[in-house]
Design a binder for this molecule. Structure first.
Ligand SMILES: Cc1cc2nc3c(=O)[nH]c(=O)nc-3n(C[C@H](O)[C@H](O)[C@H](O)COP(=O)(O)O)c2cc1C
Length: 219
């Protein structure tokens, strides 16, 4: 099996095995260049129709972190991380939001294409009319793809991360004033360095179900 893997893929798997959902961090600061790289990896994620229907909020302020910890099951990594990323999805799709991304595409590529413009009209005639909750859930799924790429990039940078849904999203939205901006929090990613002495998970084996339970093959 391994003969089919090139060195880069081997390195990817090695990093993904190194990564774990860190339970205790030591407060050490992560260099801003590393954080920038992690955010760039998130930005490069594929999204439905290329709309990138989410934003990332980066928090280093200790008071804000403390407020968030209080609504996040008192998880210590929220305050002991270096940078806390919050992934927040659009609360719905609007004409303005859709047009902005399509206009940006035309601007960056320097030309207009009829097929692309027809596609824009198709989205404009269907997305904004849909139920906001349905749209938010669609947008949130895109945010999770970016979140996953951020996690992998953090591993490549040797930065520990804790994927985190264990918080009260409505309370977090209020702390960060997200609803006023048409956003709703989905998931958080504390980034920092593991505290080996205090992290009960650090030295435990990774647990994954068998390939048979994961994969169905249709030949
Ligand atoms: C969407 C999502 C939410 C999660 N929420 C939390 C959380 O609130 N707190 C936590 O300690 N771990 C959280 N986890 C981590 C998972 O428990 C962990 O990824 C899983 O047990 C597999 O372990 P590993 O990531 O160490 O390989 C979350 C993971 C994901 C993907």
């Amino acid at each position: 099996m391994n003969i089919h893997k090139n060195n880069n893929t081997m390195e990817l798997l090695e990093k993904l095995n190194w990564r774990y959902a860190t339970k205790a961090m030591n407060g050490e600061k992560v260099a801003q260049e590393k954080i920038d790289t992690i955010i760039e990896a998130a930005s490069l994620a594929p999204t439905s129709s290329g709309l990138q229907p989410f934003e990332i909020i980066m928090i280093t302020n200790p008071d804000v972190k403390a407020k968030i910890r209080a609504i996040a099951w008192d998880q210590s990594v929220v305050t002991d991380c270096s940078h806390l990323l919050v992934f927040a999805a659009w609360d719905t799709y609007t004409e303005e939001r859709i047009n902005k991304m399509f206009d940006l595409t035309n601007e960056v590529r320097g030309f207009k294409n009829q097929g692309w413009e027809d596609y824009r009209q198709m989205l404009l005639s269907s997305y904004p009319q849909r139920d906001a909750e349905y749209n938010f859930n669609h947008a949130a799924r895109q945010a999770y793809i970016a979140f996953s790429q951020a996690i992998a990039a953090a591993a490549f940078e040797g930065v520990d991360a804790t994927p985190m849904e264990g918080f009260d999203p409505a309370a977090l939205d209020e702390i960060l004033n997200l609803r006023e901006k048409g956003l709703r929090s989905c998931v958080m990613l504390p980034l920092g360095y593991r505290d080996l002495e205090n992290d009960w998970l650090a030295n435990l084996k990774k647990v994954r179900k068998s390939k048979d339970d994961l994969l169905t093959i249709i030949d």
